[in-house]
Design a protein around this ligand. Structure first.
Ligand code: ZN
Length: 138
């Protein structure tokens, strides 16, 4: 992916993130994701019905990388089963850790494939993905 395209994906998702604002549904799971090395403090709200992630929302304050990455994560994981979602999260981590990854499966999330060159941004990019994975593993 061209670096201008990557940049515009990140900026678009930062300025108009998907599903910002919590719904406070009584049957959803809430989790806090904090990154002490940045300003990132995000609340995630996940609704799982019949093993599927039918709703994911977020709110809070975060940098551009963290906000954009959370927005893209939501697009990628909505309506996936727990198992499919964990697979996508693992592939995202593989990419960030410079291992082999499934480019097709990650789609727009590959806009973050150069984050590994900026070690202080890695946690910003992976924060909410890994918080969500913890929820799915429980
Ligand atoms: Zn950050």
């Amino acid at each position: 992916m061209d670096s201008n395209i990557k940049r515009s994906i990140i900026i678009d998702n930062y300025q108009n993130p998907t599903n910002r604002g919590l719904k406070n549904n009584k049957d959803s799971i809430k989790v806090k994701a904090n990154n002490e090395s940045c300003i990132d403090e995000i609340d995630l709200e996940i609704q799982i019905t019949d093993d599927k992630l039918v709703n994911i929302h977020f709110d809070g304050e975060a940098c551009a990388i963290c906000t954009a990455s959370t927005s893209i994560m939501i697009q990628k994981l909505l309506n996936k089963t727990k198992e499919e979602a964990i697979k996508i999260i693992d592939e995202f981590n593989n990419m960030i850790n410079e291992k082999e990854y499934d480019e097709k499966l990650l789609g727009q999330a590959t806009a973050f494939n150069e984050v590994s060159k900026q070690p202080n941004r890695i946690k910003c990019a992976t924060l909410t993905w890994n918080s969500l994975k913890k929820v799915l593993k429980n």
